[in-house]
Design a protein around this ligand. Sequence first.
Ligand SMILES: NC(=O)c1ccc[n+]([C@@H]2O[C@H](COP(=O)([O-])OP(=O)(O)OC[C@H]3O[C@@H](n4cnc5c(N)ncnc54)[C@H](O)[C@@H]3O)[C@@H](O)[C@H]2O)c1
Length: 388
Amino acid sequence: MAKLRYGIIGIGKMGHSHAKKINKGMDKNSVLVAVADISEERRSWAEKNLKNVKIFSNADDLISCSDVDAVIVATPHYFHPEYGIKALKAGKHVLIEKPAGVFTKAVKELNELAKEKKDLTFGIMYNQRTDPMYREAKKIIESGQLGKIKRINWVITNWYRPQAYYDQGGWRGTWEGEGGGVLINQCPHQLDLFQWLAGMPKKVYGFAKVGVERNINVENDVTFYTEYEDGGSGVFVTSTHDSPGTNRLEISGDGGQIIVEWKGLLSEKFTFIKLKTKESEFNKNNKKFMPIIPYTKKTKRISTLSNAVRMGLIGQHINIIRNFSKSVLFGEKLIAPGLDGINGLTLSNAVYQSSWQGKEITLPIDEDQFINELEKRKSEEKVYNKKA
Ligand SMILES: NC(=O)c1ccc[n+]([C@@H]2O[C@H](COP(=O)([O-])OP(=O)(O)OC[C@H]3O[C@@H](n4cnc5c(N)ncnc54)[C@H](O)[C@@H]3O)[C@@H](O)[C@H]2O)c1
């Protein structure tokens, strides 16, 4: 069968990496045929570094190019739904970078169109869904071994970004260019996994602090609390100014506890503590005051580079591209369907809304109010950086 022909819009840090990998043949089922970027500098990089590829100076020309079967959108966030919609309308398969967009209203429109275009494949670059530790957690939860989830806690404060990062200018760290801070740029992967593993909450209460230890207009220190229909709860903590910071996920259920802790590429550790009797059962018959419920413990580590590649910790982005190509060509199940993108974005929109209003938000969020508040922040934005 013929290879899937990709076109990539936006060949900056992320898009150029996707372009190089496809162009080098790292996905045997696809070929790179076109790239588009508004930056002359990026286009001359493409001329020098990519073979047999058409180079466009705008997204529309790439989308209408008849050589292109599938479009990867790797531009700043606001353009993801816009180009996703245009590409689907032009009959192209679409793989968008994370996050799905900045506000849910635009992403809903994209999702509605994607549902209509049943013959087109729509994916999102949630590459951390290929991380073997989170996949193991998902498998255990789906098998029922963890039981009803009581609590999900994630402390992800190892996104260290100094002032120099924000001072590089461009679209980063602004409401206008990026649509927020750590929630919209660094955390979409964890927000997706948070809901992929524990489901969507019914209530969100958030505190999104702006410009902590940094001269920026957007949030870089966030804590939020979630409540679920079945009585479970969650806490999520993130920041870009802690060093070294922590990345630890804990999910407690009636059947035990899952812990995924990251202390470096080869020090990611997965633990599943499985209670021999579910806590609810144990509690019915137990007469002791402070017992320990007997358990078994299973751990998983990566430890070597070859394991990291073999198990899919390294190569996450190309693995999502390979899966997307196989999904289009052979009907393989998508690891990260595009329609899922709205869930993590709903969480971050709800956290902002809660923080702005100083109260708990019951989902669904008020989308028009969110857009009004976002526009207000764009208009009040201070210029910290002349390069912005
Ligand atoms: N999946 C991941 O692990 C991951 C990692 C980093 C970034 N990203 C995402 O990738 C996207 C791009 O981030 P980046 O770090 O590569 O940013 P970047 O600024 O390095 O690259 C963006 C590129 O898009 C181009 N561009 C901007 N507007 C355009 C338009 N209207 N049409 C065509 N080209 C346009 C810019 O000139 C630039 O070259 C973001 O959504 C970001 O969140 C994902």
